[in-house]
Design a protein around this ligand. Structure first.
Ligand SMILES: NC(=O)c1ccc[n+]([C@@H]2O[C@H](COP(=O)([O-])OP(=O)(O)OC[C@H]3O[C@@H](n4cnc5c(N)ncnc54)[C@H](O)[C@@H]3O)[C@@H](O)[C@H]2O)c1
Ligand SMILES: [Fe+2]
Length: 435
């Protein structure tokens, strides 16, 4: 089934895909291995990155104690900003330079892991801040060489940042999110301990699981790798290479797990099986989208979070309005999948089935609609916002949302359809409310 999708390559398109396997350890209690892993990587003084909430948890204590017991000197940085910005990335870089470390360990969600990636990059290869930021917002300069070792320990079942070469932040003066994308910034190792999820607030479980769901659906329905123009030389083949038979494997299993365990994991913090399985889904989807790339729902999410006015979600720090990443993505996803359904009906039908919809007798014309309806059903049952209106936007904001999304070419060009201003406008219109 998987390979048939790739039979129709295009002239001048790429004819091969690359697998950059992530180097990770998964299992309850594996945070205890931090000291041994750091020593194995030759680290003697390490920057331990986390945020203020996590700094008080057992997860950070376990990692710090394990490092110290292994004889590794620890410099703690707990000032990571949840939903980081260019300013917070730069503050973290200053810390890394002053601390004189020879390695990094991040204990936290995507905000913490991405901040450690950026601090590692700019302290290893100093440059003007916009140098490595994705074009056209930044200059997209290649990272000149290897970074210091970075061990990533995710504590949310969401971003998969431990498996990717991406660091996302808010560029404050543009009020838009953007990122840095390079295989060089992918963490050296990941320790994925699913017990970390047992302390997560329900709303963070839900938001981050919808991030996973959309990573998997977007990677699975992305433009196939053999319909993307061939790279000028193999070494510049992008990580966002499009759907491919390897990423399909992770997407399929991640979606089955989300379909089975999402509602249980949100409803009950004591449901260890559900929370552990959501962490495995997050890891699988991270591996998949790290090799395939997301598309329109993520591209559209960057202005949804960047232009936030006064949305203050439960379970997140209340000192600043924010649209958490998973929510900023999922409010767009049903509208996008309704639109892309006819492009690859089989794939939209697969997604709907894996998420628990009844797809018996489903015709090609309806598969996008049925997938979107199933995502909306799950959003409703887990307390997600009702589309863009649920996070504070109205029809009058659509022009601004479109303006913020248009520069996200890395993501928009990975979509299975051409995305221009007119299509983006209708996708946001379709995302205003779902029920
Ligand atoms: N690099 C990538 O590949 C990638 C992919 C997707 C998203 N992102 C980025 O990641 C960020 C979002 O990350 P996230 O969704 O993982 O959440 P997060 O890191 O923003 O954390 C959300 C909240 O949960 C708290 N928290 C985290 N783990 C906890 C735990 N185990 N127990 C109790 N509280 C806990 C944090 O303190 C914070 O208040 C966004 O900036 C997003 O753009 C990056
Ligand atoms: Fe994401």
């Amino acid at each position: 089934m998987f390979c048939r999708h790739y039979e129709l390559g295009l002239d001048g398109a790429d004819s091969a895909f690359s697998v950059d396997a992530s180097n990770l350890t998964f299992g309850a209690g594996c945070l205890l291995e931090a000291g041994d892993v750091a020593r194995g990587l030759g680290i003697s003084r390490i920057a331990l990155f986390t945020d203020r909430t996590l700094a008080k948890t057992v997860h950070v204590a376990v990692v710090r104690d394990s490092l110290r017991a292994a004889g590794v000197d620890v410099a703690l940085y707990d000032a990571v900003r949840v939903e980081p910005t260019d300013a917070s990335f730069q503050a973290a870089t200053t810390f890394a330079v002053d601390a004189g470390v020879d390695g990094f360990i991040s204990v936290g969600g995507g905000s913490v892991i991405d901040t450690a990636k950026a601090a590692n990059l700019y302290s290893s290869h100093p440059a003007d801040f916009l140098a490595y930021v994705n074009a056209p917002i930044g200059h997209g300069a290649p990272v000149p060489g290897p970074l210091r070792p970075h061990i990533a320990c995710p504590t949310t079942s969401g971003t998969g940042s431990e498996c990717t070469g991406i660091a996302v932040f808010d560029l404050l003066e543009m009020k838009a999110k953007t990122g840095i994308a390079s295989k060089m910034i992918r963490p050296t190792r990941a320790l994925v301990d699913p017990d970390c999820t047992l302390t997560l607030p329900a709303n963070v479980v839900a938001s981050s699981a919808f991030d996973v769901l959309s990573h998997a659906l977007e990677s699975y329905t992305a433009r196939p790798y053999n319909r993307r123009p061939a790279p000028s030389r193999p070494s510049v083949r992008p990580a966002s290479q499009g759907a491919n038979p390897w990423s399909d494997l992770g997407c399929a299993e991640a979606l089955r797990l989300i379909g089975r365990f999402l509602e249980r994991g949100v409803a009950d913090a004591a449901d260890v099986e559900a929370r552990h399985q959501l962490m495995w889904a997050s890891t699988l989807a991270g591996i998949a989208f790290g090799n395939a790339g997301c598309h329109a729902p993520h591209g559209m999410s960057y202005s949804v979070s960047g232009l936030v006015r006064d949305f203050l979600p439960d379970g997140y720090p209340s000192d600043q309005p924010m649209v958490p990443h998973g929510m900023s993505v999922i409010v767009n996803s049903p509208s996008v999948f309704r639109h892309t359904g006819t492009n690859s009906p089989d794939r939209h039908r697969d997604g709907a089935e894996w998420l628990g919809a009844d797809v018996a007798d489903l015709g090609d014309a309806e598969s996008g609609e049925v997938l979107a309806d199933q995502v909306v059903r799950l959003m409703k049952s887990t307390g997600m916002p009702n589309g863009l209106e649920g996070v504070g936007y109205g029809a009058e904001d659509i022009a601004g949302l479109v303006e913020g999304a248009l520069p996200q070419r890395r993501l928009l060009d990975n979509a299975p359809i051409e995305i221009d201003r007119q299509i983006l406008t209708s996708l946001y219109e379709g995302a205003l409310r779902y029920w």
